[in-house]
Design a protein around this ligand. Structure first.
Ligand SMILES: *Cc1c(COP(=O)(O)O)cnc(C)c1O
Length: 513
């Protein structure tokens, strides 16, 4: 049977009334019997095709009712029904989560999925996902093992001063952990006396890491935080709220702009369980300001035998000073200065998968691991696979294997050359392209002033406003996300993979045509 619905009743000449037009519409059952739709049903499933038929027919009914279709137009629409239904089907069955081209220049863009993973991480995810693994199985002993063992061993290497080498010690004037701790006299349970005792566990994300740390170490007791660090990150993570959920009591000290070590000291009582420091991440306080240094808080924590934890947020595992950013403390900086526990994200500056990492005193980490919340917040084997591959790149010091680090290390010149090449390729009478100086952002809650100099491709298109051009770029396949500033669309190739430059050029050519 072939398509029967277009040529029905072709002989009539008088204008058809809407009710006559409605009568020409086939029923869903009629349609499903047609050969074209049987073929679709064979590859997409009967139900999906029926689901796609309904809205297409509903649109036709709507168009007839509003007088948009005469008989001829309806015949045309009916002959195009199989194509319309197939199109509807493809739209409905398309993935909602799709890759996009990030031309914003924000390296860790939370809305765009933060860190893209490197090839080794993707390959390790693939092989782990497609097969059984020794996730919780000790191959040597032939018995049950721990899933965190796979990454803890790599973190031990990365956070071990000796392995890091003497050149790193004393960078930024920080003293090695063991020297600071030698003077603590082992007063607190928290005080780690040897460097080897640094342990790491992973949970779902950094919000979960903070929750687990506070719940384990401070439930029912007080946690002292500076009023200048009671931050909200991304709308749904607020320190006071997480504190409440953890069962700990927030004890704020100081003022928004100025907090001193003595404020912390005065607030300490027998109910105090923790001192907490939070990276401000998405804002800065400038002007008449004062915050205790990490070293001062460490000294106070040691003196009073109370653990100090730091929510680093981004938590870099490599030295950001190497790309000209000096205001972001790394994980190692914090641990070296004597902070007992640091929490940080896996998919921010670390450049790995979404995870929350808790590193520091092995004794405190052991307590968190035995909290039942740790089981509820645990991460999946695919995340361990991606984390392990990302950490191995650090261990091998192969920073270019990690896409976000590679993007950070691109020079303004390298980006400028690509922008010039793309500009030459796309510029037309209608599409004006200019390469200008600008700034890329680290994003992901790194200090808001953490910018990298870049070269931007600035576009204007005759007959389209900048917002319209940006909207058209978003409908490209894959969608392209750009910045709009001062009536121009700005493309920052720092965050565009070089192999995507061609897709960018093709999308622009299509829009201009
Ligand atoms: C980003 C951030 C968080 C939240 O981390 P997620 O991994 O997104 O849960 C918490 N604290 C700080 C300081 C941050 O910057």
């Amino acid at each position: 049977m072939h398509w029967p619905f277009s040529s029905w009743d072709n002989l009539r000449v008088k204008t058809a009334s809407p009710s006559e037009l409605f009568r020409k519409l086939p029923s869903v059952d009629d349609l499903m019997r047609a050969a074209e739709l049987s073929a679709l049903a064979a590859s997409y499933g009967h139900e999906s095709v029926v689901e796609a038929v309904r809205p297409v027919l509903a649109r036709l009914r709507q168009e007839i009712a509003s007088g948009l279709l005469d008989e001829k137009a309806l015949d045309l629409a009916l002959s195009g029904l199989p194509a319309a239904i197939e199109n509807e089907l493809r739209q409905a069955l398309r993935y909602s989560l799709r890759p996009v081209i990030n031309a914003t220049g924000v390296i860790l863009h939370t809305n765009l999925g933060r860190a893209p993973l490197g090839n080794a991480a993707i390959e390790h995810i693939r092989e782990t996902a497609a097969s059984y693994s020794n996730l919780e199985f000790d191959l040597g002993a032939g018995e049950r093992g721990k899933r965190d063992a796979h990454v803890d061993r790599l973190f031990r290497k990365l956070l071990d001063d000796e392995w890091q080498g003497a050149s790193h010690t004393n960078s930024a004037g920080l003293r090695p952990v063991e020297k600071l701790r030698a003077g603590s006299g082992g007063t607190a349970e928290a005080a780690v006396s040897t460097r080897a005792a640094v342990a790491t566990i992973a949970v779902n994300n950094n919000a979960a890491a903070v929750l687990l740390a506070l719940n384990t170490l401070a439930e029912g007791g007080e946690v002292i935080v500076s009023r200048g660090e009671l931050v909200e990150i991304g709308g749904s993570f607020r320190i006071p709220d997480v504190m409440t959920k953890s069962g700990a009591i927030l004890r704020e000290v100081g003022t928004t702009n100025r907090t001193r070590t003595s404020d912390f000291e005065r607030a300490i009582t027998e109910r105090t369980r923790l001192l907490l420091r939070v990276h401000r991440s998405n804002f800065e306080i400038t002007g008449f300001t004062e915050q205790p240094s990490t070293a001062e808080l460490v000294a106070l924590a040691r003196k009073r035998g109370i653990p100090l934890i730091e929510d680093l947020g981004s938590g870099a595992l490599f030295d950001l000073r190497s790309v000209g950013i000096s205001c972001e403390p790394g994980v190692l900086d914090s641990l070296r200065s004597g902070v007992d526990i640091v929490t940080y994200s896996g998919d921010k500056l670390l450049g790995g998968p979404q995870a929350g990492l808790i590193s520091g005193s092995a004794e405190l980490v052991r307590r968190m691991r035995s909290n039942s919340l740790f089981r509820a917040l645990r991460v999946d084997k695919l995340i361990y696979a991606a984390l392990e591959a990302t950490l191995l790149a650090y261990v091998r010091r192969d920073h270019n294997a990690i896409p976000t680090l590679r993007m950070m290390r691109l020079t303004k010149n390298e980006i400028g050359e690509r922008a010039e090449a793309l500009s030459a390729r796309i510029a037309t009478e209608k599409l004006k392209a200019e390469v200008v100086d600008g700034e890329s952002l680290l994003g992901g809650g790194a200090a808001p002033s953490s910018v990298l100099p870049t070269r931007l491709l600035a576009l204007t298109c005759d007959g389209l406003s900048a917002n319209e051009l940006a909207a058209q770029l978003r409908t490209a396949d894959p969608p392209i996300i750009a910045r709009v500033e001062e009536g121009r669309v700005l493309l920052d190739l720092r965050t565009v993979f070089p192999e995507q430059d061609i897709a960018l050029a093709a999308a622009l050519a299509r829009i201009v045509r």
